[in-house]
Design a protein around this ligand. Structure first.
Ligand code: CP3
Length: 355
């Protein structure tokens, strides 16, 4: 295996000195890139793209050919685990993800087993191995999973949701059923992420996209507790290096101290919190990832640069910041604006790391 040429991203996650602030973008491989649309058309549909290691590798590398990003992220989806649990994932055009057999009752939950990462999910590990080989040590590869709570929302609602009525009904009317589901998901995520590390992932991120719809008590009991269990169960070293773990709860700004206390290495921030406040609160314990509003990429390159400068200034001097968007890039953003964003982060961040 080729040695890592650019380890800026891994160093920043460990709060070690770097020459500049590293940057990557959530959903950096995707429909805002014409070359992604072409490869997806070749694959047929989204899941066929995920199941084809060569094509999944191709779309992972596409944004890196365009932009000097400091990390690659596995091209896959968080819903691979529920699919492997037998729920029948499919994508309706323009509708987002759907399940043929959602989880509706305790009997459904009891039937669910822990998927074998090299069995039903072997296609994900093949993609990780292929991408790691083809990256040739240019930048680190991020592996990822959804949080148990976020995965459970899709499994119980049967797809995307705005009000989360079905899962909240289960949470309040039948909490033990939901806890059993979340516990099985936590065990599945641990074995899935450890297999990604064995296959070559050098950093891990857990997406808790929907933790922010919970009350503070329920966030702790139904989301954070299970992410903490995962952090405890993960392999934290590979190739003689730490494998850093980033937890991202969208809308989780009010719970930063509790998130940082799980033992994760970094906390992802959306754009609703000031990064200076976040650093003051937890910057001595964890690195911070974020936090530009993805909609800012619709603005002019001058306005984007100004926003990058403001966020860099908010974090201030010293290590421990991984620049990113506060959520996934929008599908109709001009690719040149993403390029201007990345270039601004690299250029404007150097003075914050000098001396
Ligand atoms: O960041 C990356 O570039 C890696 C790839 C990645 C995808 N999904 C590819 C994808 C990652 C990290 C994800 C995570 C994911 N998937 C999350 C958590 C992060 C977040 O955005 O909150 C969630 C909630 C999902 C579930 C999911 N997958 C939804 C809601 C959708 C439909 C939304 C849409 O954009 O259509 C997907 C599909 C999906 N996953 C696409 C991509 C590139 C679009 C599929 C297509 O090509 O049409």
């Amino acid at each position: 295996m080729k040695p890592l040429k650019n380890d800026t991203y891994l160093r920043a996650l460990m709060r070690q000195p770097t020459d500049y602030t590293p940057v990557w973008m959530m959903r950096q491989a995707g429909r805002y890139l014409p070359e992604y649309k072409a490869t997806r058309a070749e694959a047929g549909d989204f899941m066929s793209l995920c199941r084809n290691a060569e094509l999944a590798c191709e779309v992972t590398l596409q944004p890196l050919r365009r932009f000097p990003l400091d990390a690659a992220i596995l091209f896959s989806d968080i819903l691979t685990i529920p699919d492997a649990m037998g729920l029948g994932l499919y994508f309706e055009t323009g509708e987002g993800p759907r399940f043929e057999r959602p989880v509706t009752c305790a009997a459904d939950v009891k039937r669910i087993g822990i998927p074998d990462p090299e069995g039903e999910l072997g296609y994900v590990m093949n993609a990780v191995r292929t991408i790691r080989r083809e990256l040739q040590g240019e930048v680190p590869l991020i592996g990822f999973s959804g949080s148990p709570w976020t995965l459970a929302t899709y499994m119980v609602e049967g797809g995307s949701s705005k009000a989360f009525t079905k899962i909240k009904k289960m949470m309040y009317a039948e909490p033990q059923t939901l806890h059993l589901l979340l516990d099985k998901l936590a065990d599945s995520v641990i074995s899935y992420l450890n297999a990604q590390v064995a296959a070559g992932a050098q950093s891990l991120m857990i997406f808790d996209t929907w933790g922010g719809v919970l009350t503070p008590r329920d966030y702790n009991d139904f989301s954070l507790q299970y992410m903490a269990k995962i952090v405890d169960g993960l392999t934290r070293e590979a190739d003689g290096r730490r494998v850093p773990v980033t937890l991202f709860t969208k809308n989780g700004g009010q719970w930063l101290e509790a998130i940082a206390a799980t033992g994760c290495d970094a906390v992802g921030l959306d754009w609703t919190i000031n990064i200076a406040d976040a650093k003051r609160r937890v910057g001595d314990k964890v690195a911070l990832q974020g936090n530009m509003d993805p909609s800012m990429l619709y603005a002019s390159p001058e306005r984007i640069e100004q926003e990058v400068a403001t966020i860099l200034d908010g974090f201030g001097h010293g290590p421990g910041h991984v620049f990113n968007l506060g959520h996934g890039i929008h599908l109709d953003v001009p690719p040149e604006h993403a390029g201007a964003f990345i270039e601004s982060v690299h250029r404007l961040s150097r003075p914050y790391h000098a001396g």
